[in-house]
Design a protein around this ligand. Structure first.
Ligand SMILES: *Cc1c(COP(=O)(O)O)cnc(C)c1O
Length: 372
């Protein structure tokens, strides 16, 4: 355990890092192999290991999730309009703009802050081709309802599963829902490869298609079949991922303990609402979002400031909403009146620090400041 003192800043997240000494032999192996990227041995090993760990059929590793989302839309040839949530990281909607697709924002539901299935059908037009929901904070979306709506209207579903590493719902991995799911392995996520991501798919033909798209569209040495992109994960990132995977269960368990510690510490504070835990079966405690309701003794921003002044760098995920950024704000569905639940949540949310090395005494410090 690393020492902490009361003056060192506490960030919202800190990446879990394996001992450097464990990385060295893998680096030596890369030097020996002289394969740095393009589906090298570590890349392929990580794909296999992740399929087994996550309980999914096929995975294609990417350089990051944003390129993964852009490629997923390409793989399914999505055009026209896509229904999505304003309550997410901006990359969700940006992936649509990069494909010339018009985002249509639909409000979230108040318990999970995920896309509200009751509001999806009203937003479908003849131009709608897909739904892009987000498992926000790792909470599974109402996957059955969304799959049902998609089937009824002949729409594709691409889940932005950037937060949902390791999350299990009633029928196994939440990543098995929809047509494709996209994970992020960015440094701030539960499982990281410095930068990285992956697309999960169900059949080998689709994996082959995605593998080709992430490698410029090459089918073989001399044949290019698509206007692909460079989305490949390097051997360095993949080798690092294999090390991370060895400790993932231990790290998830540490996150769960912190989550439970916050919940008991914050219980009964008037105006502080902790969002329900994520998984129906297995959650990943990727974030610890609280809503600072009007009954609390301070505003959300004053609470956020108080934490900052005490060296606690909590974050307002997700504020502002994606729909408030200049490239989205003039879309009709971005109107405040269309998104009341999302606007309320964005005005109340604070994500408190949570990461495996966060210590009990630090959690207590955060709780004591909020309690006042
Ligand atoms: C982190 C994140 C992304 C982007 O992931 P990168 O790997 O950084 O490209 C996309 N969507 C959501 C919801 C995220 O949190």
């Amino acid at each position: 355990m690393t020492e902490f003192n009361k003056t060192s800043p506490i960030f919202v997240t800190q990446p879990a890092l394996p001992p450097l000494a464990e990385f060295v032999p893998l680096l030596e192996q890369i030097w020996k192999n002289r394969i740095l990227t393009n589906g090298g041995p570590f890349h392929n090993q990580l794909e296999e290991a992740l399929c087994a760990y996550l309980g999914v059929a096929h995975i294609s590793l990417f350089t990051n999730a944003t390129i993964g989302l852009i490629t997923a839309l390409q793989a399914l040839q999505i055009k026209g309009e896509v229904i999505t949530t304003p309550y997410s990281f901006v990359a969700t909607a940006h992936s649509l703009l990069w494909n010339g697709i018009a985002p249509v924002f639909v409000d979230v539901e108040p318990t999970s802050l995920n896309l509200d299935p009751d509001r999806i059908e009203a937003a479908i037009t003849e131009r709608t081709t897909a739904i892009m929901p987000v498992h926000c904070y790792g909470h599974p979306c109402d996957v059955d309802r969304i799959d049902e709506i998609a089937e009824k209207h002949n729409l594709k579903v691409i889940y932005d599963a950037a937060h949902a590493f390791g999350v299990q719902c009633h029928c196994g991995s939440v990543l098995n829902h929809g047509d494709l799911s996209v994970l992020s392995f960015h440094a701030t996520k539960v499982f990281n490869t410095f930068e990285g991501g992956a697309i999960i798919c169900r059949d080998a033909t689709m994996k082959q298609h995605i593998d080709s798209l992430k490698n410029f569209g090459f089918a073989d040495e001399t044949t290019v079949i698509d206007a692909g992109i460079n989305g490949k994960m390097s051997e360095l990132n993949a080798a690092f991922g294999l090390l991370q995977l060895k400790r993932i269960d231990e790290n998830l368990e540490k996150r769960r303990l912190i989550d439970r510690h916050y919940r008991s510490g914050l219980a009964g504070i008037k105006g502080i609402h902790c969002l329900a835990t994520a998984g129906e079966l297995v959650d990943n405690c990727a974030y610890f979002p609280i809503l600072v309701r009007p009954e609390f003794r301070m505003s959300r921003d004053a609470t956020f400031q108080l934490l900052r002044e005490n060296g606690i760098y909590a974050r307002r995920y997700f504020y502002p909403l994606i729909s408030e950024f200049s490239m989205y704000q003039n879309i009709p569905s971005a109107a405040r009146g269309n998104l009341p639940v999302a606007f309320d949540a964005a005005g109340q949310v604070i994500c408190l620090p949570i990461y495996p090395e966060l210590q009990s005494a630090q959690v207590d410090m955060v709780v004591d400041l909020i309690r006042g």
